[in-house]
Design a binder for this molecule. Structure first.
Ligand code: NAD
Length: 446
């Protein structure tokens, strides 16, 4: 996949969000010339100046290094990006469609039309966005309709990176999945990922439908583990077990594995909630219901209410007029993403019950403000949030909250009451430190 004498991009990535930006930067890092395209001008202007519009550890260095080396450009002009592109990657959002829970494919289809109108030579159009089975074939139909004489192939290449660890996940993937029915496209994609496969990373090659389904199967299975352990945690709270011991006891069985067996406030973020809903929709449409996934969603939907109930109980039966310090707004640490974050839902519900919520998050404050407006107070530091509060809720396990000395919490809070959605501290430690401590799936310290 080389173009001797040209410095034009070989790879175009449409959509410069969490996935598109990381993928584009990391493909440039592995040697390709990449153009990242977005329709949001402000985003592209920032990127041209080396300002990264999202928070993702380590991403700024990769972006700046490759932009300076001339391997990575940013543009709003899709024609410029496609001029000599041999691979075009669609990495736009596929949020939940309000109407029926299916993935909203309008951005994928719009990108497909843009590609069709601007491409004038053979290229492989690859869908990296998470899309339902059959979307690749629809992308093919759209492009054929828009540009009947174009020589092209379609392929699926789902992305498995995790926000907060995205650069490392992309550079050292557990596996790369490519799905296509064309030998020519497969060859191109194998060449694209050769810098990775040469290092021993696994490439799974399959058909488009299987590739599309692998992503949903993987995400819904992980969500299943989360809802399963949360259900176990609820049972522990009734019958008196310790969910930490149960997770260890289960997870050390290699067939089960330790990952994603941590109890908590339920899964959130931009992927699991929408992908579980989309999986159910795929099953319904195929008249083959995804019954397990339906149960996973039901369990997860109950989590924010359970968390709020825990806080109310810790507050002595009512949060009305009480000042609550809320630590963490993002759906997990090391990201600024608050989409479908349980912490945001909990903040909303607490304020509806009369609580004064004082929140702090190291990176998620701006996005949280867009969602919650002035329903809560946004504190400049963690110390400001906890100072004088009636109780503290630890909603996201940012390092800064975990490392903060317990004496510091004690000294700042009006009452030493901590509700921990992430089981960060041991019961013994909290008892010794003189806290009233409520966590998930194990006894509390009163
Ligand atoms: P995002 O919302 O952060 O980014 C999408 C970007 O696409 C936005 O910047 C938007 O302006 C741009 N865009 C939309 N339509 C466009 C068009 N026609 N032309 C140019 N730009 C356009 O989304 P994301 O989190 O990066 O997710 C993208 C896809 O990847 C989704 O399908 C998601 O499910 C999947 N995914 C996400 C993650 C994750 O952790 N965020 C991980 C794996 C897979």
């Amino acid at each position: 996949m080389s173009l001797a004498g040209s410095s034009a991009p070989q790879v175009a990535v449409i959509g410069t969000g969490y996935v598109g930006l990381v993928s584009g930067a990391c493909l440039a890092e592995s040697g390709w010339r990449v153009a990242c395209v977005d329709q949001v001008e402000a985003k592209i202007e920032k990127l041209k100046k080396g300002i990264i519009p999202i928070y993702e550890p380590g991403l700024d260095e990769v972006v700046v290094r490759n932009a300076e080396a001339g391997r990575l450009i940013f543009t709003t002009d899709i024609a410029e990006a496609l001029r000599e592109a041999q691979i075009v990657i669609i990495a736009v959002g596929t949020p939940t469609r309000k109407l029926d829970g299916n993935a909203d494919l309008q951005y994928v289809y719009a990108a497909s039309r843009d590609i069709a109108r601007n491409l004038d030579h053979y290229a492989v159009v690859v869908t990296k966005s998470t899309v339902p089975a059959g979307t690749g074939n629809e992308v093919r139909r759209i492009i054929e309709r828009e540009n009947p004489n174009l020589d092209f192939d379609v392929a699926s290449n789902p992305e498995f990176l995790r926000e907060g660890n995205a650069v490392s996940d992309f550079m050292k993937p557990d596996r790369i999945v490519i799905g296509t029915d064309s030998a020519r496209a497969r060859e191109r994609l194998e060449a694209l990922y050769r810098p990775f496969t040469e290092q021993g990373f696994e490439l799974i090659s399959t058909d488009i439908i299987s590739s599309e389904l692998i992503k949903y199967a993987a995400n819904t299975f992980l969500a299943t583990k989360v809802s399963f352990i949360n259900e176990m945690a609820d049972i522990c709270e009734k019958v008196g077990g310790d969910i930490g011991a149960i997770s260890r006891g289960m997870g050390s069985d290699k067939r089960i594995g330790r990952e994603f067996l941590k109890p908590g406030p339920g899964y959130g973020g931009s992927c699991f909630p929408k992908d579980t809903l989309a999986m159910v929709h795929i099953g319904e449409k195929a008249l083959s219901p995804a019954t397990i996934v339906e149960a996973v969603i039901t369990v997860n939907r109950s989590r924010p209410h359970r968390m709020v109930a825990k806080v109310i109980q810790a507050a002595g039966g009512s949060v009305d007029g009480r000042t609550i310090a809320l630590l963490g707004l993002t759906f997990k640490p090391n990201t600024d993403d608050v989409r479908d974050s349980v912490a945001v839902l909990v903040a909303e519900q607490l304020t509806q019950r009369g609580a004064i919520v004082r929140a702090f998050d190291p990176k998620g404050m701006d996005h949280a403000r867009e969602m919650l407006g002035d329903a809560i107070e946004y504190c400049p530091t963690m110390q400001d949030a906890i100072e004088g509060a009636d109780l503290c809720v630890l909603a996201t396990e940012w390092e800064e909250f975990v490392r903060f000395p317990l004496e510091g919490y004690r000294a700042a809070l009006r009452n030493p009451i901590l509700v921990d959605f992430r089981n960060v501290f041991s019961l013994e430690t909290m008892a010794e430190a003189g806290f009233e401590y409520h966590s998930i799936g194990r006894g509390s310290v009163q």
